[in-house]
Design a protein. Structure first.
Length: 105
C-alpha cells in the first residue's frame, strides 16, 4: 500500500502569485476479496510566499508535485510518518472492526 497525496485547491491573494494555503488529501486503500477498505486524511498548510527567494515558483508554473512537496516539508517527516500510520490503521480497522452495528432481523 502506498499513500497517495493530492492537492484539491490552492489559495492565493487575488492578483498575486504567492500561495498562502494548500489544501491536501492523503489516502490509501486495500482490496480484500470484493471489499475495498480505505483510509484518508484532509488538511491545510499555510505559507508565507517570498517572491525574492531563489526557489520561488510563480502560480502558473506550480505543479501538484511542487505543492505536495511543500505540504510534506511543512508537516515534517515525523508528522508525515504518523499520518501515513494513521491511514494504515484506518484500513486495518475497516478490515477487522472493533465495533459492528446492525440489527438481528
Amino acid at each position: 500500500m502506498t499513500v497517495t497525496y493530492t492537492i484539491p485547491t490552492l489559495e492565493r491573494p487575488a492578483g498575486e502569485d504567492g500561495i498562502i494555503t494548500a489544501h491536501w488529501r492523503a489516502s490509501d486503500s486495500e482490496v480484500v476479496g470484493e471489499v475495498t477498505h480505505t483510509g484518508s486524511s484532509y488538511g491545510t498548510c499555510g505559507f508565507t510566499p517570498d517572491p525574492t527567494a531563489a526557489d520561488y515558483i510563480a502560480y502558473a508554473d506550480i505543479t501538484e508535485a511542487d505543492a505536495i512537496g511543500w505540504v510534506k516539508s511543512s508537516m515534517g517527516a515525523e508528522a508525515v510518518t504518523a499520518l501515513e500510520a494513521s491511514i494504515a490503521a484506518q484500513i486495518e480497522e475497516s478490515k477487522a472492526p472493533a465495533i459492528v452495528a446492525g440489527v438481528p432481523w
